[in-house]
Design a protein around this ligand. Structure first.
Ligand SMILES: Cc1cc2nc3c(=O)[nH]c(=O)nc-3n(C[C@H](O)[C@H](O)[C@H](O)COP(=O)(O)O)c2cc1C
Length: 209
């Protein structure tokens, strides 16, 4: 089991510290993430935490692809090329704008592609297996936050377009559950409005006969 190395001294009340961490995570756009990124040991911790996601029948219906260092620009250039090739009839100015976005898609020190790969021929529906991949993404984001990093879970063209996902290394029968950008926030994120949990919650009661 990987030891989680907190940046700060051990909190006096670990439970309160954990609750505070869960309550304070905020997404930071990839462009707002800079060095330092997670060390090799931190990455191992993140993936180990991510892999603790609930998993009906223990099928491990997901895997990881890491994008870091020079691979980020190399992949960005290929995605930009694929975007141009996939949109031949788009107005050139618009096409170049989006191709430029693709070329700079990985500004954060680390991107983790969480690949959903539902196992066929089991009694566990693909939907449940895809939910497990979502839980992997959430665990990873929380892990990054506890380690002192920030991150964001994105999808978009690069995560959904056939040519793009092939470039990422995603195979037939697999889908991108999320691209998780991880790094250090350039600016502390401000809080956003959160759902009114009470308004979303009902209690089941037996129907009147
Ligand atoms: C499956 C999934 C895909 C998402 N894709 C994007 C995306 O492509 N771009 C984006 O800006 N936010 C995307 N988001 C939303 C952000 O991850 C984030 O939840 C949102 O900005 C709210 O911030 P918060 O996490 O601090 O509540 C996605 C979220 C989920 C769950």
């Amino acid at each position: 089991m990987t030891t989680i190395a907190h940046g700060n001294a051990a909190p006096a009340n670990p439970r309160a510290a954990l609750l505070a961490a869960l309550a304070s995570r905020r997404s930071v756009a990839a462009a707002g993430l800079a060095e330092p990124g997670p060390s090799a040991a931190d990455i191992e911790t993140l993936l180990t935490l991510a892999a603790r996601a609930p998993d009906h029948a223990m099928l491990t219906p997901w895997r990881f692809i890491l994008i870091e260092g020079e691979a980020r620009a190399a992949l960005g250039a290929r995605l930009a090329q694929a975007y141009r090739a996939g949109n031949p009839h788009m107005a050139p100015e618009k096409r170049e704008k989006f191709a430029g976005i693709m070329s700079r898609l990985f500004p954060a020190p680390l991107a983790v592609v969480v690949v959903s790969r539902p196992v066929e021929g089991t009694s566990i529906p693909p939907f449940e297996q895809e939910l497990s991949a979502g839980a992997v993404c959430m665990n990873l984001l929380h892990g990054a936050h506890v380690l002192g990093y920030a991150g964001i879970w994105v999808t978009g063209w690069a995560a959904t377009h056939d040519a793009a996902v092939r470039l990422l290394g995603v195979s037939e029968g697999e889908r991108v559950a999320g691209i998780l950008h991880v790094g250090t926030a350039k600016e502390p994120p401000s809080e956003r409005a959160r759902p009114d949990v009470a308004a979303l919650t009902t209690r089941w009661t037996p129907p009147a006969d």
